[in-house]
Unconditional design. Structure first.
Length: 195
């Protein structure tokens, strides 16, 4: 029970990190959101999908500091037999936990905004046959193992709002560093709330 509380606290602290660095003269404005994420691990190649959340706060009129955390679920893949007569589904066992933090520079006001961002952080690749909840717990437990790689994420996207509720689309290159730079397509899409 104590370990679950510690994991939940770690996730909440990471997402709240942008709130702790707001200067006193900043506007009382920010965003929170959830998203579905697609991550193409180019080195394998393997497509991973998952869910995540982010929080950001304004530090200037067109600049926000943003933190996000995402978990990609295990994916199955198909293999054809040599004669092509059968297809077998196999589990990859691979999952990924991503955490990033950095500035977001936006243009536009009102309902539509475009932005670019550069974030740094980590990606933790892990292999297990656990269910999604246990797999996430295991990924948090094992963050200090050698499967954690540094990440640089340059990207951009658009946001569309109707009042305080909107949708956001991000596309970028999630570059992780393991025996050199590994470039990977990353796409997120989901609802956001402005406050």
């Amino acid at each position: 029970m104590m370990l679950n509380w510690l994991k939940l606290s770690l996730v909440a602290a990471f997402l709240a990190l942008p709130l702790s660095v707001v200067p006193a003269n900043a506007q009382d404005h920010g965003e929170v959101g959830a998203f579905a994420d697609y991550f193409r691990v180019q080195a394998l190649p393997l497509d991973l999908v998952g869910v995540g959340g982010r929080a950001s706060v304004n530090i200037a009129q067109h600049v926000q500091l943003e933190g996000e955390l995402a978990y990609d679920f295990e994916r199955a893949f198909g293999t054809a037999s040599n004669n092509g007569a059968s297809l077998t589904a196999e589990r990859s066992g691979m999952r990924a936990l991503h955490g990033m933090f950095g500035p977001k520079f936006q243009v536009g006001t009102g309902a539509w905004r475009a932005f670019v961002t550069v974030k740094g952080g980590f990606v933790d690749f892990n292999f297990s046959n656990l269910n999604p909840t246990s797999g996430f717990d295991s990924a948090i437990d094992n963050l200090r193992t050698n499967s954690v790689n540094g990440v640089l994420y340059p990207g951009g996207g658009v946001e569309a709002y109707l009042g305080p509720i909107g949708l956001r689309l991000d596309v970028g290159d999630q570059i992780y560093f393991n025996n050199g730079a590994n470039h990977n397509l990353a796409v997120t899409f989901g609802p956001h709330i402005r406050f």
